[in-house]
Each structure stands twice: as structure tokens, then as C-alpha cells.
Ligand binder design. Structure first.
Ligand SMILES: *Cc1c(COP(=O)(O)O)cnc(C)c1O
Length: 405
């Protein structure tokens, strides 16, 4: 399928190019020391990860440890309530640890093991990436250093406890605003010093090449499974697919299964409290081109051109940029990016819980809310939503902030 001069039948092979670019987005804007380390990972990715042995081992782990394939579920009661459109969800909430993140963490840490590394290094904000990394490190018997700002350590006590129980070292980052940005910087610094023995593992399709490519490829299992399962269940492709976009890893993997098919694709960013800078994290919707964390993409900037403060009710979505591939697909028009605010998200959280017995993560609830909106507009047809994670981690917060509805 050709769309705007891009051939999507060969897309995954041609994008990114060998320097890590999706059009003008991507690349590796990093110090020469780190560039050497990234080149080593790229080289290892193209040799080790394409080997039969690696592919077979990852496939076995996905089946026997992660519980893949995760199912696709038909949302019968919700569909009936809305009228004509049939809604479905891909159940990444049933992947081990309760979200999609483990898909790329298991791939990254398995690669680190094949490369002979003894340790993995990562940063975490809300703690979800840290927990997935700690899980993968425990499984492969690797040391694991997770860099986390002091403010986040206080806010995310249950996830800090999980990481420690799994045997990871949580390294407190005490400078600056003591949140995700400083944690990323500290993790990069540590990696530049330790890269001979350690591998850095990023939490989404962001950062310098090869991470946006590698994380997408490890997540592409979600889109592949979902398309095959959907066709088997219904006999046809969905008319539309929807996923939430923070850094963009669950969306990138899910979309990759549909890019070369005649399916409308929607990526949903968090509109938070509204359109004012600081009240949302809708970087593709309101941002401009810029470099942060080692890659060129579309980002939200403050008056000094630095990454702007962002907000969302979903802590996994409050990032001031998105992966370079999303910036590319947005500019190209192959994926339509839209927004959902906090209030619509909480409504969808309760709707899915009450009508279907599935408590979604607040992040995923953004995609559910958009799927519902789309169903009302479409009137007939089918929509497949990627349910990136389960909402157990969010229940205390929801009850405290919104009460039982
Ligand atoms: C982290 C997280 C996200 C956002 O990350 P992406 O890289 O945009 O997928 C979405 N949903 C859940 C459940 C998460 O934990």
C-alpha cells in the first residue's frame, strides 16, 4: 500500500534509515562517548536479534513467561449500548506485570545478556518502566540500576517497593526538579561510564537511534497478534484501530500491524485539564520540531525553547515529546493524532469497568474514550482498541480524586 509516496509494504525495513531517521525525525543527538555505545547496540541488534536462536528464545519466553498471545475481547455490552459499531480490545492488561512494557524490556534485556553485559541501567518516572525492567532483570539474572528522582520516589512508593522486592537497585536522583528529566540525564551519565559492562534500556520509542526502532520492533508482536486474532474472530479487518500515545511504544507496536492495511489509525494524546501549555501533554497536537533526550521530534517547548512542563491524569502519558516515528506518521498523515481530556478518560475508565468487567489503566482509558467517541460518529463498522495496561495501579488515586461513580 502506497500512501503519500511512502510504500508501507516495505516500510518497516526502510524506516528508520541507517542513521535512525524517519523522514527528518529521529537520529542520535548525543556525546561521542555515548554514540560509540549506541553504535555497538545497533550492530548487536542487527546481528543477534535477527538470529534464529534469539528469535526462538524470545518466542518461548513470551509464551511461557509472559503469557502471550494475549487475547482480543469483544466488548459486547458496550457495543450494544452504543448502537451499530462493534468495539474490541487487545488485552495487554493480561501480559505479565499488567501492561505492554514488558514486551520490549524482555527483548532489550535478552539482547544485553547475549551481548555479555552484566548489568542493565534505566530511568523511571512513574515507576512502570522500572518495574518491567526489574522483572526482566530478575528473570535473566542481571544486575539492575533504576534511576529515579526523589520526588517520584516519594510519590510512587508501591512501585519502588516492587522494584526492590524484584532485586533492583533504585538510585535516587537528588538534583534539579528531581523527576523524570533528571533521572534520564543521570541514567545516561552512568551508562556513558559503564557501557562496557552495562546496557541502557529505554522505556519507550524515544531516545537516540537505535531505541525508537528496537522498541517498536519488540512491541510489533502486539499489532501482529491483534490483526490475526481480529481477522480470525470476525472474518475481516477492523475499520479503525486506536491506541494512546505517551512516548508511543504501545501505539508504535500496535500500529505496525495495520500500517500497510486499509485501516484508519488513531493515536490519542492526553489533553489533561485543557489546551493551555502546562495543562496537557499533547506534544504532536500543539508542539513544534525540536531535539530532546537525544532525538529530533515534535515537542512542547517553554519560552526558552526547553521541554515544557506537562500534565496528564495518566502519569505514563505526561512526556513533553513523542517518538520520532509518530512525528513522521503525523506529518505524513497516515495516522491521525487526536486528544482526550481527563474528564472523558475517567468516564471511560468507569464505563469499561462497569459494562465489561475490565478495569483499564488510566493511560489506556484515553484510547477507550476515543474508541467510544469514534463509534458514535461512525454508526456502523468495527473499532479495535489497544488496552495497553490494567488499572490496578490507579485505583487508590481514582478513588481519592474522583470517588466511586
Ligand atoms: C507507560 C504506559 C503507557 C505509555 O507509554 P507508551 O510508550 O506511549 O506506550 C501507556 N499505557 C500504559 C498502561 C503504560 O504503563
Amino acid at each position: 500500500m502506497i500512501f503519500n509516496n511512502v510504500d508501507f509494504d516495505t516500510y518497516a525495513r526502510n524506516y528508520p534509515d541507517k542513521n535512525g531517521y524517519f523522514g527528518k525525525y529521529g537520529g542520535a543527538y548525543i556525546a561521542p562517548e555515548l554514540k560509540k555505545a549506541m553504535d555497538e547496540i545497533t550492530e548487536a541488534y542487527f546481528t543477534i536479534c535477527q538470529s534464529r536462536k534469539f528469535i526462538a528464545e524470545l518466542r518461548r519466553i513470551r509464551k511461557e513467561f509472559q503469557g502471550r498471545p494475549t487475547p482480543v475481547s469483544h466488548l459486547e455490552r458496550l457495543s450494544n449500548k452504543l448502537g451499530g459499531v462493534q468495539l474490541y480490545v487487545k488485552r495487554e492488561d493480561l501480559n505479565h506485570t499488567g501492561a505492554h512494557k514488558l514486551n520490549h524490556c524482555m527483548g532489550e534485556v535478552l539482547l544485553a545478556k547475549y551481548m555479555g553485559k552484566k548489568k542493565v541501567i534505566a530511568e523511571t518516572g512513574a515507576g512502570q518502566h522500572g518495574v518491567a525492567m526489574a522483572t526482566a532483570a530478575a528473570y535473566f539474572g542481571m544486575e539492575c540500576d533504576i534511576y529515579m528522582g526523589s520526588v517520584d520516589i516519594k510519590k510512587q512508593a508501591p512501585n519502588v517497593a516492587r522494584m526492590k522486592i524484584l532485586g533492583a537497585n533504585v538510585v535516587e536522583v537528588t538534583h534539579g526538579l528531581q523527576t523524570l528529566k533528571e533521572a534520564v540525564d543521570a541514567a545516561f551519565d552512568a551508562y556513558a561510564k559503564e557501557y562496557k559492562d552495562a546496557m541502557y534500556c529505554i522505556g519507550s520509542v524515544v531516545g537516540p537511534h537505535p531505541f525508537p526502532m528496537m522498541v517498536r520492533d519488540f512491541q510489533s508482536i502486539v499489532g501482529e497478534e491483534a490483526r490475526e486474532q481480529f481477522v480470525e474472530m470476525t472474518g475481516h479487518l477492523p475499520d479503525a484501530v486506536v491506541a494512546c500515545v505517551g512516548g508511543g511504544s504501545n501505539a508504535a507496536g500496535f500500529f505496525s500491524g495495520f500500517l500497510n492495511h486499509p485501516v484508519d489509525i488513531y493515536g490519542i494524546e492526553p489533553l489533561g485539564r485543557g489546551t493551555k501549555l502546562g495543562d496537557h501533554a499533547a506534544s504532536l497536537q500543539y508542539g513544534e520540531e525540536g531535539v530532546m533526550h537525544g532525538f529530533n521530534s515534535i515537542m512542547l517547548k517553554d519560552e526558552n525553547g526547553e521541554p515544557a512542563p506537562v500534565y496528564s491524569v495518566a502519569s505514563g502519558l505526561d512526556y513533553p515529546s513523542s517518538g520520532p516515528e509518530h512525528a513522521f506518521l503525523h506529518t505524513l498523515g497516515r495516522v491521525k493524532y487526536d486528544v482526550i481530556n481527563d474528564e472523558e478518560t475517567i468516564d471511560a475508565f468507569y464505563t469499561l469497568s462497569r459494562l465489561e468487567g475490565i478495569i483499564p489503566a488510566i493511560e489506556s482509558s484515553h484510547a477507550v474514550a476515543y474508541g467510544i467517541k469514534l463509534a458514535k460518529q461512525m454508526g456502523t463498522g468495527s473499532v479495535l482498541i489497544n488496552l495497553s495496561g490494567r488499572g490496578d495501579k490507579d485505583m487508590d488515586y481514582i478513588i481519592e480524586q474522583y470517588g466511586i461513580r
